[in-house]
Design a protein around this ligand. Structure first.
Ligand SMILES: *Cc1c(COP(=O)(O)O)cnc(C)c1O
Length: 399
């Protein structure tokens, strides 16, 4: 069971985040036998949501909590967002919708994967709102109600160029003409941007225009186009509702625009062994790293089964990822294995890293984006792959 570490009530300023102020009390809350810990600052997630809500007002700010709130724990994240004022949640699956409805029964819960064949009744009984991407789904949903009555609210997903999920222009036209359109309660019309992390990419405006053109043929409904990066593109991308996920969790995906959010996680793992190796020693499976001088190594209890990407491995020729020790980077050397990594701590000053110490895999000084880049991936994947072996500690300010 996750623990809660209640701290003194403090203003939600990013600089006041306990993630930046590790203290002995918190360390004492981590079980001695835990090989790693994820500290999740629920107050900062709430503060991030409020900062985004202020940025997009008068548009509404929803929250994307799919994939267990990007791996951080929907059970804790959804109530924190609800308390902050969030009233619209997006999930991917029916199971996630069930969790969200249980935790936030008064809120609207949209299911991005829509209605799988045969699943309409289950979705309806949850009171969740499917985001429908095909005419078949519209038929299945309206078939639940008899005598020509109106079905429960849905969102319609229009594909404006991503070619991933959503109705094409032809399908939107077909839906607009179909009899069942009158029986659908379309609460939201939405689309998703392909290149929102590139503010200057002309595709953003093309998709905006396509969205406006296609939604005009459907019954009037609230509209939503922007996720975390899209909402930074300006007012005209906000429509009635924005759908950030990654930014709520402290992510800064776009290199060009700084989203007004701060980090919410610190992920740490224990040092199991420290050793000095002489010049010429090889490290790890396949001996891909060879020390060019005497080095001091620490073996850390986290590997690819915990979400440390194997692509973060380092050879003598090519650097890989790193961990942070008291804010200073220590590079990974050799292969990442299932449960372990080896890091070079030669240049870490006093006190020298020791057995049992926690080193940071993700921290305000080692952000998600940097961790992703060093493993040839993105921060989103880093976050959503954090493994089940970490102890989870939630900071909630005691409220
Ligand atoms: C995942 C997702 C989002 C959230 O995206 P972020 O980049 O994490 O803000 C929004 N809309 C749709 C359709 C998504 O699939």
């Amino acid at each position: 069971m996750p623990d809660t570490m209640a701290g003194p009530a403090q203003p939600n300023e990013p600089t006041a985040s306990p993630l930046r102020d590790p203290n002995a009390r918190r360390a004492a809350a981590i079980p001695a036998g835990a090989t790693g810990v994820i500290i999740i600052d629920l107050r900062q997630i709430a503060a991030n949501w409020r900062a985004l809500a202020r940025r997009v007002a008068p548009a509404e700010c929803g929250a994307v909590v799919k994939a267990d709130a990007y791996g951080l724990g929907a059970e804790r994240v959804i109530p924190a967002l609800l308390a902050a004022g969030c009233r619209t949640f997006f999930v991917a699956t029916i199971e996630e919708a069930s969790t969200a409805r249980r935790l936030a029964s008064g809120a609207s819960v949209y299911v991005l994967d829509g209605i799988l064949p045969g699943a309409a009744r289950d979705l309806a009984s949850l009171g969740a709102r499917p985001v429908i991407a095909t005419l078949e789904e519209a038929v299945a949903w309206t078939a639940l109600v008899k005598n020509g009555a109106r079905a429960a609210p849905v969102a319609v997903h229009i594909d404006t160029g991503l070619n991933r999920l959503g109705m094409s222009a032809a399908e939107v036209a077909q839906l607009a003409r179909a009899d069942i359109a009158q029986r659908l309660d379309i609460a939201l019309v939405m689309s998703h941007l392909a290149c929102a992390d590139e503010a200057k990419n002309p595709m953003n405006r093309e998709q905006l225009e396509t969205f406006n053109r296609l939604r005009a043929s459907l019954p009037a409904a609230r509209a939503s186009l922007a996720a975390s990066d899209g909402l930074m593109l300006g007012k005209e991308f906000h429509f009635d509702l924005v759908r950030p996920g990654y930014a709520l969790y402290g992510g800064q995906a776009s290199p060009q625009r700084v989203t007004p959010v701060a980090p919410v996680v610190r992920v740490s793992a224990r040092i199991l062994q420290v050793q000095n190796i002489p010049a010429g020693s090889r490290v790890g499976y396949s001996a891909t790293y060879r020390a060019d001088g005497p080095r001091r190594l620490a073996t850390v209890a986290a590997g690819y089964a915990d979400g440390v990407f194997r692509h973060a491995s380092a050879t003598s020729a090519e650097p890989g990822g790193a961990v942070a020790i008291r804010g200073k980077l220590a590079p990974i050397v050799g292969r990442v294995s299932m449960d372990l990594i080896t890091v070079d701590v030669t240049d870490i000053g006093d006190p020298p890293p020791a057995r049992g110490d926690l080193v940071d895999l993700i921290a305000p000084e080692l952000p998600l984006e940097a961790v992703g880049a060093s493993a040839k991936t993105i921060g989103y994947e880093v976050l959503t792959r954090l493994g089940a072996r970490f102890h989870r500690l939630y900071l909630d300010g005691g409220d």
